[in-house]
Design a protein around this ligand. Structure first.
Ligand code: NI
Length: 201
């Protein structure tokens, strides 16, 4: 085979691999999206033990008694996490005093860098009702797995690493059971309606 034919062949193989991988990823996402609500509820959630930004131990049981807004992220995140935390603050603002009947937790998927002190400093820029949770890498892995959260370190030029992660916000009821997600980019009115519903249940 001449070099030109070889290049064409390699290009075709690479294209086929990309198409295959995208189809697989789309199928995976689609499978997640089409889970019936009852199946989702059964699949999302479980026991965990973490530590909050003040160094206090927090388990899934400690969140019971109030509905919970839960978001996984990390303090070095350049865009999605700060945007989401700002939006959560706006929802809480819109809820007024009803927001005080919610737990709002930001769970780090970067436990190696996100110490309680670092979480506390970071969260001081956002609504004070947002509680930061972190733990050992093993503890965070348990929590993320329970809530079906994907996260993966990725090397980045100019810094140590970034962390790719699921950017969905979860609503849990007062018994700690998954109710529904608030997708990234949900219009604020819609999100506040979702929160009011979970508060009314
Ligand atoms: Ni993020």
């Amino acid at each position: 085979m001449g070099p030109r034919k070889f290049i064409v062949l390699v290009t075709l193989l690479a294209a086929a691999a990309i198409v295959g991988a995208s189809a697989w990823a789309a199928a995976l996402l689609h499978a997640r999206r089409t889970l019936a609500p009852a199946e989702q509820a059964a699949a999302i959630g479980g026991p965990f033990e973490l530590i909050d930004h003040n160094g206090v131990r927090v388990t899934d049981r400690d969140l019971r008694g109030r509905p919970t807004v839960m978001f996984f992220g990390f303090t070095s995140c350049p865009d999605v996490c700060p945007t989401t935390l700002i939006q959560i603050g706006q929802w809480l603002e819109a809820l007024g005093s009803d927001a005080d009947r919610l737990n709002v937790v930001f769970i780090s998927v970067d436990p190696e860098r996100d110490t309680p002190a670092r979480l506390k400093a970071y969260l001081s820029a956002f609504d004070p009702r947002i509680r930061g949770l972190t733990g050992t890498p093993a503890q965070v892995a348990v929590a993320a797995k329970a809530f079906r959260i994907y996260y993966q370190k990725r090397p980045v030029e100019g810094s140590d690493y970034s962390v790719d992660h699921s950017s969905v916000t979860y609503l849990l009821d007062e018994r700690g059971r998954f109710v529904e997600p608030i997708a990234y980019g949900t219009p604020p009115d819609r999100a506040v309606t979702q929160l009011r519903q979970v508060l009314a249940e």
